[in-house]
Design a protein around this ligand. Structure first.
Ligand code: AQP
Length: 342
C-alpha cells in the first residue's frame, strides 16, 4: 500500500514557499494515497520557540492544512508530540545513522551558521527524527520542497542500513515527491536565499494570512533588475525548464515568474511567453492580483479556524489517536527486531 507522510514546522508565519512547495501538493495526493500530515512541533524546538507561541503556531499550521483543502475525515492531521512513536524510533535511528552522514547536511550548516558549538544537539540529529516521522508509518512517498531532498536521502540511507544491519526488509525505501512550478520559492528581497519563516524581514515573504494590501505591497517592493522581463528564449533545450545560466543571471525575475506560473497553474514556458518584454511594474500588478485571488480565501479561512481553537485541537487529538494506532505496532516490531526485552 502506498502511504504519504509529510510535515510542516510550527516555527512562525507560514508563507507562499510552504504553500507552493508543500501544502498545496498535499491536497491533490489525497485522491490516490492514504495521507498523514503532521505539524512537527518536536522539530520546531530544535531552535528556540517561545512556549506561549508554540501552541498557536501549531494551530496555525493545522488551519493552513484544513483551509487549503486537506480533509480530516480522510487524511490524518495531527501534531507530532502527541504520538510518542516519533521520539522512540528516533532514538533507534540515532544509533543507526552515522556522524559522517549528519556532518554533510547542508541545512544544519545553514541554520547553525558560525555558532555550531552553540547549536542544539536536536538540530544536529533533526534528520534522524525526520526519518522516524516517516518510517514510523512505513510511508512510501514524501511530498516536500526541494530544500528537503537531502534529508530524504538520509531517510533512505537509514532505512537501508537498518534493513542490512538487522537482516530484514522491514522498512520501505521512501520516494521524494517534488513537483510543481515552484519547488523552491526564493526570498522577495534576495533571489539567492529561499523564502523562509525565520527570515527577519517581513518583506522577504508573503504570509498565508497576509491581507490584500500586504500582499500587493510586498510584491510592489520585491527586488527586481533594470531589464524587461525575459521571454521563451530563456528556456533550456528541453523547452520546459528555465536554462540554469539564465536563471542564475536574473534570480529575482525568474522567482517572480515561477510564482506566477505556480499560482496560475500554467507552465513556466507559457508564462515566459505571456510576459516577454513586459515592464516589471505591469507584471507585478498582475502577480499581486493573482496572489490575492488565490491566497485571500485560504488566509480568510485560516483566520476563521484559528478563532475556534477547540475545533482545531479536536481534529489534532483525533488525528493523533489514528496515527498512534498505525505507529505503535511498527514500534513493537522494531523493538523485537533490535532485541529489546519485552
Ligand atoms: N522557500 C520554499 N520553497 C518551496 N518549498 C519550501 N518549503 C519551505 N520553504 C520553502 C517546504 O515547506 C515544507 C515545510 O517546511 P518546514 O516548515 O518544515 O521547514 P523549512 O523547510 O525549514 O521551512 P522554513 O519556512 O524555511 O522554516 P524555518 O525558517 O523555520 O526553517 C517542506 O516540505 C519544505 O520543503
Amino acid at each position: 500500500m502506498n502511504r504519504i507522510f509529510s510535515g510542516v514546522q510550527p516555527t512562525g508565519d507560514l508563507h507562499l514557499g510552504n504553500y507552493l512547495g508543500a501544502i498545496r501538493n498535499f491536497v491533490g495526493l489525497q485522491a490516490d494515497f492514504e495521507c498523514i500530515y503532521c505539524v512537527v512541533d518536536m522539530h520546531a524546538i530544535t531552535v528556540w520557540q517561545d512556549p506561549k507561541q508554540l501552541a498557536p503556531h501549531t494551530r496555525e499550521v493545522a488551519a493552513a492544512f484544513l483551509a487549503s483543502g486537506i480533509d480530516p475525515a480522510n487524511s490524518i492531521i495531527f501534531n507530532q508530540s502527541q504520538v510518542t512513536a516519533h521520539a522512540e524510533l528516533a532514538w533507534v535511528f540515532n544509533c543507526v545513522a552515522r556522524m559522517g552522514w549528519l556532518n554533510r547536511m547542508t541545512q544544519f550548516k545553514e541554520k547553525a551558521g558560525n555558532h555550531r558549538e552553540n547549536a542544539s544537539v536536536g538540530l544536529y540529529v533533526y534528520p534522524n527524527l525526520m526519518a522516524a516521522d516517516i518510517l514510523a508509518y512505513k510511508a512510501t512517498h514524501v511530498p516536500v520542497g526541494e530544500d528537503q531532498k537531502q534529508h530524504l536521502e538520509l531517510t533512505r540511507d537509514i532505512a537501508i542500513k537498518f534493513n542490512n544491519d538487522f537482516e530484514t526488509d522491514f522498512f520501505p525505501v521512501v520516494e521524494p515527491l517534488i513537483f510543481g512550478e515552484a519547488t523552491r520559492v526564493m526570498s522577495l528581497r534576495d533571489g539567492s536565499k529561499k523564502m523562509s519563516k525565520s527570515d527577519p524581514s517581513e518583506y522577504s515573504r508573503i504570509n498565508l494570512t497576509d491581507g490584500a494590501d500586504d500582499i500587493a505591497g510586498k510584491i510592489r517592493k520585491a527586488k527586481t533588475d533594470p531589464e524587461e522581463l525575459p521571454g521563451p528564449d530563456a528556456l533550456a533545450e528541453d523547452g520546459i525548464h528555465v536554462d540554469d545560466e539564465a536563471a542564475k543571471a536574473r534570480p529575482e525575475a525568474f522567482n517572480l515568474l515561477s510564482i506566477y506560473a505556480a499560482l496560475s497553474g500554467q507552465s513556466i514556458a507559457v508564462t515566459l511567453d505571456q510576459f516577454a518584454g513586459a515592464q516589471f511594474s505591469a507584471f507585478k500588478g498582475q502577480l499581486a492580483d493573482l496572489s490575492v485571488e488565490k491566497l485571500g480565501p485560504i488566509g480568510a479561512e485560516m483566520q476563521r479556524l484559528m478563532a475556534d481553537p477547540g475545533h482545531v485541537d479536536g481534529i489534532l487529538h483525533d488525528g493523533a489517536e489514528r496515527a498512534a494506532a498505525i505507529a505503535e505496532p511498527v514500534i513493537r516490531d522494531v523493538h523485537e527486531i533490535v532485541g529489546f526485552l519485552r
